[in-house]
Write a protein that binds this ligand. Structure first.
Ligand code: FAD
Length: 435
């Protein structure tokens, strides 16, 4: 008799954990992702600010499963699900919407940026979700310093060297801190006409405090630390406008050539594929065993699922995705092997952390609250542990020590993947005048 087919869509934190939990299951496991790598998103900001290079936070999914014989990895984009005929549709460079049938389906397709309905902002304020985004942001930041160094008119340095981050959650705070350190340490003494330390880093959020999910005390500590690093923290007003000349906040224009979106996220379209109930954000409402109502063979996990625990939705963090992935894998295993099924899913919150510049983090775990170097050491230890392979752990560990001691960073290359706009059109005279 043929073995049951388990299809997992997404090789992020949730999908990877589910596939690993199925290692000993007598089944054909197929893991599909539209990229060939698992990405450690919590360190994306370090690629964007040149601390790490892309290959230090991404690892080929195929390599992770090289010894798991029951698992096949496919590079492809899932475009839909046919619940009734139990199949999904997969496209790749060669073929469109190829059906692939399943007995069990795990959707772990994560989230993408959300511009809260103002999608026109995207052109001027790219977000940070993939390695390509991080490289693009790094290019933009480094390019701004190059343009300022080449620009003889000092009145243009101000907007070239103003960096605006929209969204003061963990990503915005971590990016702002890392940028502030970059301009004060690594870039110091690299330029002749400009002083990189004069760069302005502005962090904007409409909420009244940074790191809104942390306690008031830690949020205050993070804000204080950012200000000590020279970051301008502008709270209580969102951005009204983002365009090629910068942003408008509470009626005031902040001229900037580098605006980075570090605010909302939106779930993948899994809810639309399945045509099931979603929450207001579009996340699929799942039952206490992470399956979709009426479909015990379909699991939705991680950022794309809405799971209520003690009356509150679980946050979109890596720990939730990993624990849900492990649970879904284990439950499928028990069903296939007719063994004892686990109790309903329950998330165990190990705590949250955010880094604010060099050697400083805030940490909240139950009643424990810490800020400073101790919290940063815990942060570093935990993040190293969760990197995909021991090779990455060693490489990132050594890079961090090197950067900590010398201020030097892993990758300060400007790598343009597309033909750049000719300089003559990029800085035409009328544009100059307007600026
Ligand atoms: C910049 C940033 C910083 C973060 N920092 C932290 C942090 O410090 N701590 C923390 O706990 N969490 C952090 N998070 C959140 C955390 O990364 C997510 O909660 C976690 O990745 C969710 O896991 P997931 O498996 O649901 O989705 P993901 O890890 O996003 O994986 C989804 C996978 O699905 C694939 N995929 C999507 N759609 C398709 C499709 N149609 N076909 C095929 N494949 C598809 C994607 O390529 C991806 O590999 C951060 C996120 C970002 C963006």
């Amino acid at each position: 008799m043929s073995q049951p087919r388990i299809v997992i869509v997404g090789g992020g934190f949730g999908g990877l954990a589910a596939a690993k939990a199925l290692k000993k299951t007598p089944a054909e496991v197929t893991l599909i992702d539209r990229t060939n790598h698992h990405l450690f998103q919590p360190l994306l900001y370090q690629v964007a600010t040149s601390v790490l290079s892309p290959n230090q936070i991404g690892f080929p999914i195929r390599g992770i499963f090289k010894n798991q014989r029951n698992t096949t990895v496919i590079l492809g984009e899932v475009t839909g699900v046919d619940r009734d005929n139990k199949c999904i549709f997969v496209s790749d460079k060669d073929r469109l919407d190829v059906p692939l049938s399943y007995d069990y389906l795990v959707l772990a397709t994560g989230a993408t940026h959300s511009y809260f309905g103002q999608n026109e902002f995207e052109e001027f304020a790219p977000g940070l979700k993939s390695l390509a985004d991080a490289e693009e942001t790094r290019n933009k930041i480094l390019q701004a310093f190059e343009l300022a160094e080449a620009e003889e008119d000092p009145s243009r340095h101000r907007d070239l060297l103003t960096f605006v981050l929209v969204g003061a959650g963990p990503t915005g705070v971590e990016m702002a801190g890392a940028l502030a350190v970059l301009v004060k340490t690594t870039l110091k003494s690299n330029f002749r006409r400009i002083d990189p330390a004069s760069a302005r880093v502005v962090l904007v959020d409409r909420s009244p405090r940074v790191l809104g999910t942390f306690s008031e005390q830690l949020s205050q500590a993070a804000k204080q630390r950012l200000e000590n690093l020279g970051v301008e923290v502008r709270l209580g007003h969102g951005v009204d406008q983002i365009d090629a000349d910068g942003v408008v906040v509470a009626g005031e224009r902040i001229a900037s050539k580098t605006v980075i979106w570090t605010a909302g996220v939106a779930p993948s379209p899994a809810g639309k594929w399945l045509r099931v109930e979603t929450d207001h954000a579009g996340r699929v409402r799942v039952q206490d065993d992470l399956t979709v109502p009426g479909h015990p063979e379909i699991f939705v996990i991680g950022d794309t699922a809405a799971f209520q625990q003690d009356g509150k939705p679980l946050p979109g963090v890596a720990q939730v995705a990993m624990q849900q992935g492990r649970y879904a894998g284990k439950l499928i295993h028990t069903r296939i092997t007719d063994s004892k099924q686990p109790a309903p899913f329950r998330y165990f919150d190990k705590g949250t952390m955010a880094v604010v510049g060099k050697g400083f983090a805030v940490l909240q775990s139950g009643k424990v609250q810490m800020s400073g170097l101790g919290a940063w050491l815990v942060w570093a230890f935990v993040h190293l542990q969760f990197l995909a392979t021991s090779g990455l752990r060693l490489s990132v560990f050594l890079q961090w020590i090197w950067t900590f001691v010398t201020g030097q960073r892993g990758s300060r290359l400007i790598v343009n993947h597309h033909t750049s706009t000719p300089v003559s059109t990029a800085v035409s005279e009328p544009a100059r005048g307007a600026a």
